[in-house]
Design a protein around this ligand. Structure first.
Ligand SMILES: Nc1ncnc2c1ncn2[C@@H]1O[C@H](COP(=O)(O)OP(=O)(O)OP(=O)(O)O)[C@@H](O)[C@H]1O
Length: 256
């Protein structure tokens, strides 16, 4: 398999296998995920995209019976050995398919994680709220109603709020699991624009069902099939001149 030349890797995944009980979901995955770029994971339903994404912040640990072997390094540290899980999750934030704001005000959603860390200084919190909402391209829409419930926002606004909440914790990496699949095309376009902007400061890994989305937003794309990484390359290369016939068949709509 051809792998792209990378200047700087954020994650280095080597010979990763993952089992859910008896079922093997990932087979010998090796890939380097570049820093401050957008990497998209694509492939048909059940091919292991979300499973791989969840290995990057050890979310799979929460599923009983999960076993992994091989290694995943973040900044050269083995995340299954050398980093405490809580610290890992501070460095690697996650945004889910369905926006999941807490049932509290917009302001409190953003500051929740910081307060949990004992940061209560009002000026500091105010600054983080503004910076994070600006970072998530939501500030202008909500600056006059920060005390209102987050549940009153539209779906697209809620998803950007969840992104703002993630940014507030100043992670290095943002994992996104189909973040726009519940959004209409206009809200999707706003989140996609946002990802482009965010990739200047954060490493982004996104699972998407939409090949068009992968083409629009990502620098690198990995194509998965039945738990295997079939091809991982620059997005333009993978879509224009795939090396593997199975990638070609998938992107031309022959299966999946
Ligand atoms: N908690 C679990 N327990 C057992 N098997 C699981 C679990 N989660 C996922 N699987 C299985 O692992 C395989 C990979 O699933 P995964 O959700 O990673 O695929 P995916 O490519 O993200 O799929 P989709 O696009 O449908 O979300 C599938 O066969 C799935 O049934």
């Amino acid at each position: 398999m051809r792998t792209p030349e990378l200047h700087q890797s954020k994650f280095k995944i080597e010979n990763l296998n993952l089992h859910y009980g008896e079922k093997q979901a990932l087979f010998n995955i090796s890939m380097n995920i570049p820093e401050k770029e957008v990497t998209a994971l694509i492939g048909p339903s059940g091919c292991g995209k979300s499973t791989l994404l969840r290995t990057l912040n050890r979310m799979n640990d929460l599923i009983p019976g999960t076993r992994i072997d091989g290694s995943v390094q973040l900044d050269k540290l083995d995340i299954y050995g050398q980093i405490d899980v809580q610290r890992l999750r501070m460095k690697v934030g996650m945004v889910f398919q369905k926006a999941n704001p807490f049932p509290m005000s917009i302001y409190d959603n953003i500051t929740y994680g910081l307060r949990a860390q004992g940061i209560n200084n009002r000026r500091v919190l105010d600054e983080v709220v503004e910076e994070s909402l600006r970072g998530a391209a939501l500030w202008d829409e909500v600056k006059d109603r920060l005390k209102d419930s987050a549940l009153g926002l539209s779906g697209g606004q809620q998803q950007r709020l969840c992104i703002a909440r993630t940014i507030a914790m100043k992670p290095d990496v943002i994992l996104m699991d189909e973040p726009t699949s519940a959004l209409d095309p206009i809200a999707t376009a706003r989140v996609e624009d946002l990802m482009d902007k965010l990739s200047k400061d954060f490493t982004i890994v996104i699972v998407t069902h939409s090949m068009n989305q992968a083409r629009r937003i990502s620098n690198k794309t990995g194509f998965f099939l039945m738990g295997e990484l079939i091809e991982f390359d620059d997005t333009d290369k993978l879509f224009m001149t795939p090396s593997d016939e199975r990638t070609h068949d998938y992107i031309t709509g022959r299966f999946g």
